[in-house]
Design a protein around this ligand. Structure first.
Ligand code: UDX
Length: 489
């Protein structure tokens, strides 16, 4: 479906640049496909190592209005092990700035010599990629900011000054983590201390690196011409209007992977598909498709799909608690265990009980085609770390969740899943086999299971409606395209 491509609009050329990580590349690549499909020239920029991994797994080549370019990787390694998360993150940002700025600037300013590509007319930059936003501003190219987290989490971050003002941050010694906090407009009565983004619990003084980091995220929201979220309006009817009164225009255009389906572009190369390979996947790792055959052999809604995303690292002790909880629940499970997910796993003692329970009812692989797994009829529950992509993918599939958030935004997402959207249970800050077993039973059996299933099904329906003709995300996406086409340098 080609959108309006009049002579002025055909000159629109957007450069999209994600933070180099799976959870950022995936939604921003969906947006790149959608924009190029809607008549906007689109350059998608990765770091070299991500570019290589994406090309291998997705066989992506330049298309008529979508092309892929790479900038040098940041330097990593050294004595980073000793540093806390905020210092590592700040170091990474500095390294990206020094390694990638020159190549990025060239992409922004150089007109393509070979052919019809017009100059870049606007940038869509990841909201946590500082140098990308700053450099585009320096060379005078209008920038839109894409936040890969949920609006509710972005808003919790943005409330930092108010939370400091109310004495919530820094957390007082021995504070009550279950106390409901004041200071987040529109979320009165919802967030407890433990539900605030994890950076907030790390703050020791108002001068420390975590404060700098959060201020950095917040300032990027007001620098751009607009903000884009992979979310849909029905999720945040209270917060979005409040945010809109403080910020540049907000475009909620998600769930993006569902929107690509409605535009019929998620499987554009289906006919050329090699067996066992999904050429349009944005996956940076090799997907193990044997798990799909395993799922095919399980009864409807009988399997707990378990994944802790791309960043979470846990101790062998925690891993064992989850493992026991799953085995003891007596339910079937499919677990995506990244090879780098358990730190010190060589010391882990695997008991006969765990082995046998897994052989009978489990399947463990390193990396699965998650959206397909969630959509499979055999999956009845998603035990997740509550990353935003996973959360929204679970919603689209209508699968109730058990949340074990680990980092940053995941704390807020899991609270909303359990207490606002009511499509799951939140086990944050606990890691105990008995709790895992109990929650699995609650989500899979009895009264609570029925309630969660029906609200998850309602949520999936809302998600679908948002991307249909005249749905809010569909309308917002069309406005975004018109807005991008109207930008003139
Ligand atoms: C982090 C943040 O928590 C998230 O909110 C932020 O926006 C991006 O970074 P991450 O650990 O990457 O999250 O999780 P998530 O956002 O859920 O993204 C993980 C992605 O990997 C999902 O799209 C999921 O489908 C995919 N995945 C995961 C697979 O394809 N296969 C797997 O086996 C596991």
């Amino acid at each position: 479906m080609e959108k309006n491509t009049s002579s002025s609009s055909s000159a629109a050329h957007v450069l999209i640049i994600p933070f180099p990580a799976q959870g950022h590349v995936t939604p921003m690549l969906s947006l790149a496909k959608l924009l190029s499909f809607s008549g906007v020239f689109t350059t998608f920029v990765n770091t070299e190592s991500i570019h290589r991994r994406l090309s291998v797994s997705s066989d992506l080549t330049d298309r008529r209005r979508l092309r892929f370019r790479a900038v040098p990787d940041p330097l990593t390694g050294g004595a980073d092990e000793e540093l806390d998360f905020s210092s590592k993150f700040i170091k990474l940002q500095e390294s990206m700035r020094s390694c990638s700025t020159e190549a990025y600037k060239k992409l922004l300013l150089t007109e393509e010599l070979a052919g019809e590509w017009p100059p870049v007319t606007c940038v869509i930059a990841d909201g946590i990629l500082d140098y990308a936003i700053e450099v585009a501003g320096e060379v005078g190219i209008p920038t839109l900011v894409f936040r890969t987290s949920s609006p509710c989490c972005a808003w919790a971050f943005a409330s930092l000054p108010s939370l400091i003002h109310h004495g919530i941050i820094p957390f007082p010694a021995e504070c009550d983590m279950d106390e409901i906090v004041k200071g987040v407009e529109g979320m009165e009565g919802i967030l407890r201390r433990r539900d605030l983004p994890s950076f907030m619990r790390m703050v020791k003084s108002t001068e420390d690196n975590y404060i700098k980091l959060m201020n950095g995220f917040n300032s990027k929201l007001i620098i751009g011409k607009a903000i884009i979220f992979n979310s849909f309006d029905a999720l945040d009817p209270t917060i979005l209007p409040i945010m809109s009164s403080y910020y540049p225009p907000i475009f909620t255009i998600g769930p993006l992977h569902l929107l690509t389906k409605f535009f019929n572009i998620s499987n554009e190369k289906e006919q050329e598909q090699e067996p066992g390979k999904n050429p349009c996947s944005s996956s940076l790792r090799q997907e193990d498709r044997a798990c799909m055959t395993w799922l095919d052999n399980q009864p409807d809604k009988s399997v707990i799909y378990v994944s802790f995303g791309t960043v979470t690292v846990m101790s062998p002790e925690k891993f064992i608690e989850f493992w026991y909880g799953l085995v003891n629940s007596g339910h079937r499970f499919l677990w995506a265990v990244r090879e780098d997910m358990v730190k010190g796993k060589q010391e882990m003692e695997v008991t006969k009980e765990m082995e046998e329970g897994t052989k009978e009812r489990g399947c463990m692989v390193e990396w699965v085609p998650q959206k397909e797994v969630l959509a499979h009829r055999a999956v009845g529950c998603f035990l997740t770390h509550s990353g935003w992509n996973s959360t929204i993918e679970g919603m689209v599939a209508g699968v109730p969740m058990i949340c074990w958030p680990d980092l940053v935004d995941q704390m807020v997402n899991s609270r909303f899943v359990s207490d606002v959207w009511r499509i799951g249970l939140d086990m944050k800050d606990t890691c105990d086999r008995n709790i895992v077993e109990r929650m699995v039973r609650e989500v899979m059996e009895g009264e609570i299971a029925l309630e969660l299933r029906s609200s998850a099904a309602r949520m999936a329906d809302l998600a679908r409606k948002s991307v249909e003709e005249n749905g809010t995300s569909r309308v917002n996406f069309d406005s975004l395209v018109s807005y991008i086409k109207s930008i003139e340098l």
